[in-house]
Every structure is written in structure tokens, then in C-alpha cells.
Design a protein around this ligand. Structure first.
Ligand SMILES: Nc1ncnc2c1ncn2[C@@H]1O[C@H](COP(=O)(O)OP(=O)(O)OP(=O)(O)O)[C@@H](O)[C@H]1O
Ligand SMILES: [Mg+2]
Length: 605
């Protein structure tokens, strides 16, 4: 069983052991439609080939004495067969389209769910644009692989086998050349496919790359503009697009050398010769010649269309491979559905915790935290200080199991986080990330993100506690204001307070505030200060901040230096005993002079 951080109990299980099995298990879900397609198409091809045989019979009748009754019967026969052909083809196409549309939707959903289930460590290694390419374009190619890919390939097979069967029953000796043709066809098609596959696979990879570049430039458009990099980004994209184009030209070259059509031409000529020869020596009649040549002509369409069908099929396979590789990618955390689940008290213990981020392939992992141990009783406020890059954010990411410790244990309420039910653990820990992310939805929806059922009253109460109510009310649509993607239409301080309200609304027992880089004016600072004081009531708070005022009234301060815990204790104590702390503190004091902030908080304390 594959690990995942999220799963749906009612989800349909597909066979993911190989691309072929996976695709078959998807199609197999709708087997009645698939079966319907085959029955209809066999009927259609039999009717169409049958019509050719009837036309041959008509030629026989015509060359004899006039027999209008027989001719009328044969004409009606052709009409009936052609109508059967059209109707069966129609219903068959409908069935195939149904399968393709459903499979496409299922694959997209399966892919999306698998992305939700992957760990943060997994997502750290992916590029969003490439994942989006897989979810959109590659799934679309898989659908194309079913219609028209598979249907055309089925038609190719049927469109060759059925007429050959009719030829066999018309005159077995005239099977010789068609059989040679089939052998030649299989050999050349095989060679063609072997050449085509790598090119198509590269096309897909290149498409993902191009899309990833596009996504990155658009997301970072502010940086691109600010550094006047437009021209450079343009040429970078152009290079990617040209590589993509070149792969299509290469595909075109391979397709141009598709030999079966040439083989077909030769086979038709040879068959004509063979049939006429048998006719001239009196072995077969005129009707048989007409029927056999008619049947040979039926082969042209499948031979021609298979060129296109193979390309579409291969592109679908390449797409399926890309989607399945992500679905099957190992992820390191597990949702642990049977794990410990209880109301959280808020006690945090680190026991000899070391941590390194998973390295990119070929690199050695870089250790970020070294042998860290400490204990935080429930309800305390703990400040984590240290220079930039010292591992403060990384440390808090171990608490809610965004990542797992490489060695040592992280305990919440005395239970190893790995033994907790992941959902129970995370839903009781609120976190305000260093880079606040807001969705391009309304403010109310953003605040209620972690508590979807929340009422407007609750949302407003949370916003008030986070000192956000006032500025939200001043917005044109109040709580219904839709904010730009990632919250770009809000200021840094506003985003922070919305994030704070979002954290409050879920009533977490442990609140983690990663606030190390924000620098805001003192009035906003004051408000955030008040908000954070609110936040502390009745919960454990981990605070990463540069704000002296907040650090001073923490119950405990952890001092990190290059991934090591070098000191811990209260402010006064650390000032006396820790040179590291004094250094940081001196710098803070310099950076944050005695402003209204400090006085305001002390007044509030
Ligand atoms: N996703 C990641 N993958 C690999 N390395 C990372 C990742 N995130 C951070 N690092 C590395 O881990 C180290 C600690 O980073 P961390 O974000 O914990 O620092 P920090 O103390 O929070 O710094 P700051 O005060 O600037 O926020 C850094 O050296 C950083 O390069
Ligand atoms: Mg950080």
C-alpha cells in the first residue's frame, strides 16, 4: 500500500503496477461501453465488407442475361448493409466517446487527489507548471488515446481482418498477396513505432518544461519587471518553444517515412494482376475479380489512418506514463488513519532531534538541525530566535509534521508525532507561515479556510481578535471582497492579520507564528501585538519573531545558532548567560528602538 497524507475511503482503486494495467483498469470501469463499441464496430466492418461482396455478386448478374429481380434484391441488400454500417458506427462512436470522457475525468481526479496526498517534501521537488501540464494536457492526450487513438487502431485491425476474411471466402488463392502485405505492414509499423516513441516522450517532457517556465515567469512577474528581465525571459521561452517545435518537425519526418501506404499500393497492383491472371485462365469469374478488388480497396483507409492512430496512441501512452509516475511517486509521510487521536493539550517535547531536507538526486543532504532537545509545557509562549538560516522555520515544521525528523523524536502531549493520526494532529495545530499564502477567494472564505462550516459571526469574531475587522470593513465589499492570487491586493500587514484570523478560527491548541521577516509600521505593529496577546490565551504558542517586545515576555526563549540549540531560558537570564543571545538582542535593540510598540505591550502586560 502506498503512503499518503490524505485519502478518500470511497475512492475506486486502480491497478497501478504498469501503464497498461492502469489504463485497462480505467477503461475496465466502463466495460459495457467498451464492449458495446467493439460489437458495433465489428458489425459495421462486416456490413461494409459484406456490401463489397454483394457488389461483386451484382457484377456476375450483370454479365449474364438480364435478371431484374435479382438485381433489385442485391441493391436492397447493399442499402441494408450500408445503413447497418452507418448506424453501428454511430452507436460505436458514442460508446467510445463516453468511455474516453469518463476516463479523462477520472484520471484528472485521481491525479489531483494523489497530489493532495503527497508530502511537502515531495512538492518541494516539483515545478507547479509541469504538474499543471500533466493534469491538463497529458490527461487530454490520454482521452485522445481512447478516442480517436484506440478506436482507430481497432478499426485498423478490424478494417484489415474483416475484408481479408471476405477475400478468403471469395477465393482462397487470392489471400497470398494480402497476407504478404499484412506481414510487411506489421514489420514496417513496428519499426515506425520504435522510432516515434522516444520523440513523443521527449515532446511531453519538453512541454512540461516549457509550461513550468511559463508558470514561474508569470508568478514572478513582479521580479521580472522590477529587474527588467523581460527580454531575457522572452528568449528563454522562445528557446523552449523552439525545442518543442523541433520535436514536432522530427515527428513529421518520421511520419513522412511511413511505409505501409507504399506497401498497400504495391499490394493492390499485385493483387489486381493476380486476380486478372486467375480470371484469364478461367479459374474465377468476373464477379470475384470485382469483389476482391473492392475488398482490397477497403484496406486503404485502415492503412492510411493507422499512421495518425499510432501517433495519437503513442502520445497518450507518453502522457499516461507521466501521470502515473507522479501518482506512483513515493511520498514519505503517512496519514496514519489508525494513529493516536485525542484533544490536544499542547505540550511539546523535542528529544535529540536532527533534521535534514531530502537532497536533490546526486546531492548530499544538508543537515539543518543538530541534536535538539527541549520541553515546552502546555500553555506556554516560547520565542525562537536565531540568525537567518539558523533553522527556526525548519524546527516548527517538525511540530505539525510538515516534515519528519531525520533522527530523534518530536512528542506532542507525550506521543510521538509519527504515532498521531495526521489529520488529528494538524487540525489542532494552527500555523502562520513565514510566506503567507492567501487564496484568490473572498476574505471570508480565506478566514474560514480551516473551518469550512464557520458562520459569519464566528468569522467576524476571529477577525476582531486578529485586529483585522476594521480594515476589512473599510474594504469595498467588506468580507466578500475577493483578493488577488496569493493575496497580492493586500499589504503585508493585512495579509498577516487575515492569516492570524484564519488560525484563530480553527481554535488550535498549538499556534505557530513564523513572523521573522516582517517589518511594519508601529501602528500596525501595535495591532498585531494585541492580536498575538489574544492568541496566547489558553494555548501553546511558538513564536518566531524579531520583535523585542514579544521576545521579552515569552515564558521561554530558545536560541538557535546554525541548527544547534545554544541556549534557552528567560530574557534576563539569557542576557546574563548567553553571548549568542546578547549578540542577537543587541542587534534587535538597535534595529527596534524604544518605540510605542514596546511601551504599548508593557502597558498591556
Ligand atoms: N525546502 C527546503 N529544502 C532544502 N533546504 C531548505 C529548505 N528550506 C530551508 N532550507 C535550508 O534550511 C536551512 C534552515 O532554514 P530555515 O528556513 O529553517 O531558516 P530560518 O531560521 O527560518 O531563517 P529565516 O530567519 O531567514 O526565516 C537553511 O540553510 C535553508 O537553506
Ligand atoms: Mg524562517
Amino acid at each position: 500500500m502506498q503512503r499518503s497524507e490524505f485519502s478518500i475511503t470511497s475512492a475506486y482503486t486502480y491497478d497501478r503496477r504498469s501503464v497498461a494495467r492502469w489504463l485497462l483498469s480505467h477503461v475496465g470501469r466502463y466495460w459495457p461501453f467498451a464492449l458495446g463499441f467493439y460489437l458495433c464496430f465489428i458489425t459495421a466492418w462486416a456490413a461494409y465488407s459484406g456490401a463489397q461482396a454483394v457488389i461483386g455478386r451484382a457484377a456476375d448478374v450483370l454479365s449474364g442475361p438480364p435478371d431484374y429481380a435479382a438485381l433489385t434484391a442485391l441493391t436492397l441488400g447493399v442499402l441494408a448493409l450500408m445503413v447497418t454500417d452507418s448506424f453501428s458506427a454511430l452507436i460505436g462512436s458514442l460508446s467510445a466517446e463516453t468511455v474516453a470522457a469518463r476516463v479523462e475525468a477520472d484520471i484528472r481526479q485521481e491525479f489531483y487527489e494523489s497530489l493532495l496526498a503527497k508530502s511537502k517534501a515531495f512538492h518541494d521537488r516539483q515545478r507547479a507548471g509541469d504538474l499543471i501540464a500533466r493534469a491538463t494536457d497529458d490527461t487530454n492526450l490520454v482521452a485522445n488515446m481512447i478516442v480517436p487513438g484506440s478506436t482507430l487502431i481497432s478499426e485498423t485491425v478490424l478494417g484489415i481482418v474483416v475484408p481479408l476474411t471476405f477475400i478468403f471466402f471469395t477465393e482462397p488463392r487470392l489471400m497470398f498477396i494480402p497476407l504478404l502485405f499484412v506481414v510487411g505492414y506489421i514489420l514496417t509499423a513496428h519499426r515506425y513505432l520504435r522510432r516515434l516513441m522516444p520523440v513523443i516522450q521527449r515532446q511531453r517532457e519538453q512541454y512540461g518544461l516549457m509550461n513550468a517556465g511559463l508558470e514561474e515567469t508569470i508568478s514572478g512577474i513582479e521580479v521580472v519587471k522590477a529587474s527588467a528581465r523581460e527580454a531575457l525571459e522572452r528568449s528563454k521561452y522562445l528557446r523552449n518553444a523552439q525545442r518543442f517545435r523541433d520535436l514536432f518537425i522530427e515527428q513529421g519526418r518520421i511520419e513522412a517515412r511511413y511505409l505501409p501506404l507504399l506497401l498497400f499500393g504495391i499490394a493492390l497492383g499485385a493483387q489486381f494482376f493476380h486476380a486478372l491472371w486467375l480470371y484469364s485462365i478461367g479459374e474465377i469469374g468476373l464477379g470475384q475479380v470485382v469483389a476482391v478488388i473492392g475488398l482490397m480497396n477497403v484496406l486503404r483507409f485502415p492503412t492510411f489512418i493507422s499512421l495518425f492512430a499510432f501517433s495519437v496512441f503513442q502520445a497518450g501512452l507518453a502522457g499516461a506514463r507521466r501521470i502515473l509516475s507522479i501518482i506512483n511517486a513515493e511520498t514519505d509521510l503517512d496519514e496514519n488513519p489508525n494513529g493516536y487521536s485525542a484533544p490536544l493539550r499542547g505540550e511539546i517535547t523535542f528529544e535529540h532531534v536532527s533534521f535534514s531536507f531530502a537532497a536533490h538526486p546526486g546531492e548530499s543532504p544538508h543537515q539543518v538541525l543538530h541534536d535538539i532537545s527541549f520541553h515546552i509545557p502546555a500553555g506556554q509562549t516560547v520565542a525562537i530566535v536565531g540568525q537567518t538560516g539558523s533553522g527556526k522555520s525548519a524546527l516548527t515544521q517538525l511540530v505539525n509534521r510538515t516534515y519528519d525528523a531525520t533522527s530523534g523524536r518530536v512528542l506532542i502531549d507525550g506521543v510521538d508525532v509519527r504515532d498521531w493520526n495526521l489529520d488529528a494532529l494538524r487540525s489542532q495545530i494552527g500555523k502562520i507561515e513565514q510566506d503567507i499564502f492567501l487564496f484568490s477567494r473572498t476574505i471570508a472564505e480565506n478566514i474560514a479556510f480551516g473551518a469550512p462550516g464557520a458562520t459569519q459571526v464566528e468569522i467576524e469574531a476571529a477577525a476582531r481578535a486578529a485586529q483585522a475587522h476594521e480594515f476589512i470593513s473599510r474594504m469595498p465589499d467588506g468580507y466578500q471582497t475577493v483578493i488577488g492570487e496569493r493575496g497580492v491586493t493586500l499589504s503585508g500587514g493585512q495579509r498577516q492579520r487575515i492569516a492570524l484570523a484564519r488560525a484563530f478560527l480553527a481554535h488550535p491548541r498549538i499556534l505557530i507564528l513564523d513572523d521573522s521577516t516582517s517589518a511594519i509600521d508601529s501602528a500596525t505593529e501595535d495591532e498585531i501585538q494585541r492580536a498575538i496577546r489574544q492568541a496566547q490565551q489558553g494555548r501553546t504558542v511558538l513564536l518566531i519573531t524579531h520583535r523585542l517586545a514579544q521576545i521579552r515576555w515569552a515564558d521561554q526563549i530558545l536560541v538557535l545558532d546554525r541548527g544547534r540549540l545554544v541556549a534557552s531560558g528567560k530574557h534576563e537570564e539569557l542576557l546574563r548567560t548567553s553571548p549568542h543571545y546578547r549578540r542577537i538582542f543587541a542587534r534587535y535593540e538597535h534595529a527596534v528602538p524604544e518605540t510605542g510598540v514596546v511601551r504599548a505591550t508593557e502597558g498591556a502586560a
